[in-house]
Design a protein around this ligand. Structure first.
Ligand code: SIN
Length: 185
């Protein structure tokens, strides 16, 4: 069976595993939010960074990319890799993936996605909502083994631009991060 993986954060600009096809599209009923704390990639346990997760949101959609993986050994390798990389995301969900905003039926069903839920028992790093300014200030200061948290925001902004997707939450945050950095200079 073919395996599909949906990326809505860093997976958009860096898959990190072998795939056969990359398709731009969206999932319904979710929005992208910077509510997940990162202590292993873009922050530390002492100073967590923030990365995106999907929050259920009726009537909304979230754009990203879906990766198609065909070979058994590639599927196994991708899953093994993602289980480590996405280990702070406590839920594996299987979603419907759409490519056409006017379509009523999905282009692909059963697409694997990693979600960080607000459940503090299974997700101790969850941070939740805060003002754009507070989120930006936290991001400006955070840095982890994968690099500065600000680069995650800028890479995501660029990757979304490349797939021609507008996401105000990301743009507003990137602008606020730039404003704070300019203020600090
Ligand atoms: C994803 O990219 O789909 C998950 C969130 C992340 O790793 O940034």
């Amino acid at each position: 069976m073919v395996m599909w993986v949906f990326g809505y954060g860093s997976l958009i600009w860096r898959a990190g595993f072998h795939y056969d096809e990359r398709v731009v599209g969206f999932t319904k009923g979710y929005r992208r939010v910077f509510y997940q704390g990162s202590t292993d990639h873009r922050g530390t346990p002492e100073f967590p960074g923030r990365t995106v997760t999907l929050e259920p949101a009726e009537g909304e959609i979230c754009w990203g990319v879906a990766y198609k993986i065909l070979k058994k050994e590639d599927k196994e390798a991708a899953l093994k890799y993602l289980e480590v990389r996405e280990k702070q995301y406590d839920k594996k969900e299987y979603i419907d993936f759409y490519t056409d905003p006017n379509a009523t039926s999905p282009a692909v069903s059963g697409v694997l996605v990693y979600i960080a839920t607000p459940d503090k028992k299974s997700n101790v790093n969850y941070l939740g909502p805060a003002s754009v300014e507070d989120i930006a200030r936290q991001i400006v200061q955070a840095e982890g083994p994968a690099g500065p948290n600000r680069d995650y925001v800028f890479n995501l902004e660029k990757a979304l631009l490349q797939i021609e997707c507008k996401d105000e939450h990301v743009t507003d945050l990137a602008n606020e991060v730039r404003r704070i950095l300019a203020e600090e200079r």
